[in-house]
Design a protein around this ligand. Structure first.
Ligand code: FCB
Length: 531
């Protein structure tokens, strides 16, 4: 394959590690992976690409003034409903769900949990549940119905009421600008495949910062840009439903992080009293014992799942191994000429991390690039992927899986937090963790979700171990505050601390886990006050 020829950028010339450019042979890349075996996997710390320490944002960290944040999370499209009310424009998901073959569960989020009309009740339940934080997202289509152009005052004032409602109840709002629900007019122009989306996203971000930046101290640009792109371009279960399209998968992430960088730079220029970052998910890579080339497998899986997000977000640069990996994958990216400056200006202040599962990987075994996901439930399919010619995931029979074939392995909470601390630094807010389950209430609508309590309890124990070992984690949020629309998984897969009865006027009934979490939070506060 011919080597990709492009000019060496300023960011790359600053990096300590040689990168694969025209005259730099790949072989010179320095390799210092540590390796030792632990049970079913080999521990690898990848020191090959050293940390790029650029100056942190000058404004003092808002975390200094905050207690530990114990909260829960929601996202606009998943809970708001009111899809065509209050001047809202069409989002890509409104369109996607109207197309039968893509919408495998046959449901949509036109009403969802009706948070748009019932948010006061939901905020009351969050506060009464002892939580002092809520992570929520804004709907770009509610604020800018056409994706660009004139802002919709009704949409902005809805979020004023939600944010003020949080503050009145001592709930710290942690706001994500976009959680998957791209405005349809932007999708029509190629969406995340079109590099110019960065400008549109920057304009939208500025409107949000100007309006809410006086009250919101914790911001995220995008929710899970990697997982979003994976589902849209590799698994083919989110719009636009492409399968095994590695070029689009990476191009989206490049454009997402360019857009994120633009928003971060705007936020910093405005000198607002808060912090901004990106939400990333499931960063822990573990290489199976018996893997022939563990260091290569680790580096490849880390690149494919993490580094296109974490390097821009935490180091203000693209991954130094990008060209080498593009060549191995036999693909390329369209890149903007000023990318080094753009990414350098977009380094975030902290990381929002969602932890559900790890990536358990081994050598590539000749399978074509593919993804296994289960959008219907029932446990027949185990989650996994093959990325030709780099690596494949394995099913670890010693680990239990949920009804959608995802691992349940609570110790990864500690391991994920410590891994990010060692490799990139701090701080971190753990913005999602939870347990999806099919649930049956009793006659009064009450759900005794003992499985959720047991699993989240184990994740929290693991979180506590990381805190005791010096992880600078500043908050923890359960997904989700109440039951809501679970994307292609529909409504049967429930995560909420509060049941929403979708068949009976959307009434809210706190589950057993809601009270358990409330008591856990107060016990933790008492324990740490005593310490
Ligand atoms: C995460 C998404 C969130 C929710 C949970 C279960 O990947 O951010 O919207 O669906 O999974």
């Amino acid at each position: 394959m011919p080597r990709i020829i492009r000019a060496q950028t300023a960011a790359h010339s600053k990096a300590e590690t040689p990168v694969a450019t025209v005259n730099t042979p790949i072989k010179t890349v320095h390799q210092t992976n540590r390796r030792h075996s632990e049970g079913t996997h080999i521990l690898i710390r990848n020191n090959r690409f050293s940390r790029n320490e650029t100056a942190m944002h000058a404004v003092p960290s808002p975390f200094d003034e905050m207690p530990f944040l114990w909260g829960s999370a929601i996202a606009a499209y998943q809970c708001e409903g009111a899809w065509n009310e209050g001047g809202k424009g069409l989002s890509e998901w409104d369109y996607f769900n109207a197309i039968d073959w893509m919408n495998v569960n046959g449901v949509d989020a036109r009403v969802a949990s009706d948070f748009y009309h019932r948010f006061e009740e939901d905020l009351d339940l969050i506060a009464e549940g002892g939580q002092n934080a809520l992570r929520l997202s804004l709907s770009w289509s509610r604020i800018l119905p056409g994706g660009t152009g004139r802002a919709n005052e009704e949409g902005l004032s809805f979020y004023d009421r939600v944010i003020d409602g949080c503050l009145e109840r001592n709930i710290e709002p942690n706001v994500v600008l976009l959680h998957y629900d791209l405005p349809y007019p932007i999708a029509l122009k190629g969406g995340w495949g079109n590099t110019s989306i960065a400008d549109a996203f920057g304009d939208y971000a500025r409107i949000c910062f100007e309006r809410f930046g006086d009250r919101v101290r914790l911001w995220s640009t995008l929710d899970e840009p990697q997982f979003y792109s994976y589902n849209a371009n590799i698994a083919g279960v989110y719009p636009p439903c492409r399968k095994a399209d590695v070029h689009s998968y990476l191009q989206w992430q490049y454009n997402e992080m360019l857009a994120s960088a633009k928003a971060v730079a705007i936020y910093h220029e405005m000198n607002l009293p808060g912090a901004i970052g990106v939400v990333h998910n499931d960063s822990l890579i573990e290489v199976a014992t018996g893997t022939n080339n563990p260091a290569e497998v680790y580096t490849a899986a880390d690149f494919f799942n993490n580094r296109m997000i974490l390097c821009p977000a935490l180091e203000g640069r693209l991954p130094p191994e990008l060209d080498e990996m593009l060549e191995k994958l036999g693909t390329f990216l369209y890149r903007v000429p000023d990318e080094a400056e753009a990414f350098a200006a977009g380094k975030g202040d902290y990381l929002n991390l969602n932890v559900y599962a790890r990536r358990y990987v081994t050598d590539w075994n000749n399978s074509p690039t593919s993804a296994k996901v289960d959008s219907v439930g029932g446990g027949a399919t185990m989650e996994g992927q093959a990325v030709a010619p780099l690596y494949e995931t394995l099913v670890d029979p010693s680990v239990p899986h949920n009804q959608w074939g995802r691992e349940i392995l609570p110790r990864i909470m500690h391991d994920s937090l410590m891994d990010i601390k060692e490799r990139y630094g701090n701080p971190i807010v753990l913005t999602e963790n939870g347990h999806g389950s099919l649930e049956t209430p009793d006659d009064s609508g009450y759900v005794e979700d003992d499985d959720r309590i047991e699993i989240i309890g184990a994740f929290l124990k693991s979180l506590s171990e990381a805190r005791n070992e010096g992880s600078n984690v500043r908050g923890y949020y359960i997904w989700s505050a109440m039951d809501l629309y679970s994307w292609v998984n529909g409504y049967k897969k429930r995560y909420g601390l509060v049941r929403v009865d979708f068949d009976h006027d959307l009434i809210r009934i706190p589950k057993k886990s809601w009270a358990w979490y409330r008591d856990f939070i107060s016990r933790d506060a008492a324990r740490r006050a005593d310490a």
